[in-house]
Design a protein around this ligand. Structure first.
Ligand code: SF4
Length: 356
């Protein structure tokens, strides 16, 4: 419950988003009989925990954390600190399959969740990464329509035929198609570790506890696929069998700082000593700043660095190669534009200086 003193303090400090989130969280908690709160050990999760713990007077919330098999030692220590600070237990869950096992069985994540999903589907059909029209490929590879549509930047409807598509297409990653055609992957790509190391164990725990509410620390401003998947702070998940509430969903970066200062919330060593901007699975290849992160991991948690390189090494190499390719193509495109030419992968611009 939010007490009147806290209400007034937040009001007078001008923390309206925070105040609003406390009121909403209080209402949501009151409407739940059994709530679970998913702790990641990251900074958004720290704020969420602080808020939920303040409001949960009847202690009906169960806190849990999933050990994916690739977790910072600093995160594990931080969880112990949080338990002491709030006098709570954070239940440690095991993954259905750990990340190393998933990667071994299904393949390595590459670039983003969506790209990995589509490439995994294509690989399942033994796709040869051909540059052919959608109709031709649909005939050659039946039962693989969504991934082929992604690959062809087009979708097919029986009534309208083939139409150009941009939103869920490979062109969202510039030069990726050209890169893959020139450098087909010789290893399996998959996003299955997210499913087996995160989603499924959470789902099992929700069922086991009979929870009607799951609380997570996702912020819209954090960006990425996680936040892009949601439009509001509340949603109903049929597959999980309970509602989901994201108390800090609308927090901007400045609301977050405001909260940290107002309530004295501090974060794990991952932020305060290592200098990471975000935590999560160590060395996840979906990170946009993976090279910077790897340098930090090598310095502070060298064993985990070795593990990450061993598990995700192929993805790191392939990503680096793609980024170098895209950089070169961009430079060539710029140069070609200057000369009033168009730039295609097969073009021979031998006289154009290469950027890489
Ligand atoms: S966040 Fe990355 S490393 Fe972690 S489970 Fe998902 S894809 Fe795998």
């Amino acid at each position: 419950m939010i007490d009147i003193e806290l209400y007034n303090k937040l009001l007078h400090a001008g923390h309206f988003t925070i105040l609003d989130s406390y009121i909403k969280a209080n209402k949501v908690l009151n409407g739940s009989e059994k709530a679970l709160c998913s702790i990641s050990g990251g900074s958004d999760s720290d704020i969420m925990l602080d808020m939920i713990h303040t409001l949960d007077e009847s202690e009906k919330v169960t806190y849990y954390w999933i050990n994916t098999g690739l977790e910072y030692q600093a995160t594990k220590e931080h969880l112990d600190e949080l338990e002491k600070k709030y006098d709570i237990e954070i239940v440690r869950l095991k993954p259905d399959k750990s990340i190393p096992l998933c990667v071994k069985e299904y393949g390595v994540p590459f670039l983003s969740k969506y790209v990995s999903e589509q490439m995994m589907r294509l690989q399942k059909h033994n796709f040869q990464w051909e540059d052919e029209p959608l109709e031709v490929l649909m005939e050659k590879y039946p039962d693989c329509k969504t991934a082929l549509q992604w690959w062809c930047n087009a979708y097919y409807l029986p009534e309208n035929g083939v139409q150009k598509m941009s939103r869920f297409s490979i062109s969202r990653n510039k030069w990726l198609k050209e890169f893959i055609i020139a450098n087909p992957p010789d290893f399996l790509i998959s996003n299955k570790c997210c499913e087996y190391a995160k989603k499924i164990p959470a789902k099992h725990f929700i069922k086991e506890c009979g929870a009607d509410l799951e609380i997570t620390g996702i912020r819209k401003a954090e960006g990425g696929i996680r936040s892009a998947n949601y439009k509001t702070c509340c949603s109903e998940s049929k597959s999980k069998g309970c509602d989901t509430y994201r108390p800090v969903f609308w927090y901007t970066d400045s609301d977050k700082t405001g909260y940290e200062e107002f309530f004295g919330v501090t974060h794990s060593k991952c932020y305060t000593e290592y200098g990471l901007k975000r935590t999560g699975c160590v060395g996840c290849p979906f990170s946009k700043h993976i090279n910077e992160e790897l340098a930090i991991i090598e310095e502070h948690e060298s064993n985990l660095y070795k593990a990450a390189v061993h598990i995700f090494g192929k993805s790191y190499e392939y990503t680096a190669k793609y980024r170098a390719f895209a950089k070169e193509m961009k430079a060539r495109e710029k140069e070609a534009k200057k000369r009033g030419l168009s730039c295609n992968i097969g073009d021979n611009f031998t006289d154009i200086p290469c950027a890489v």
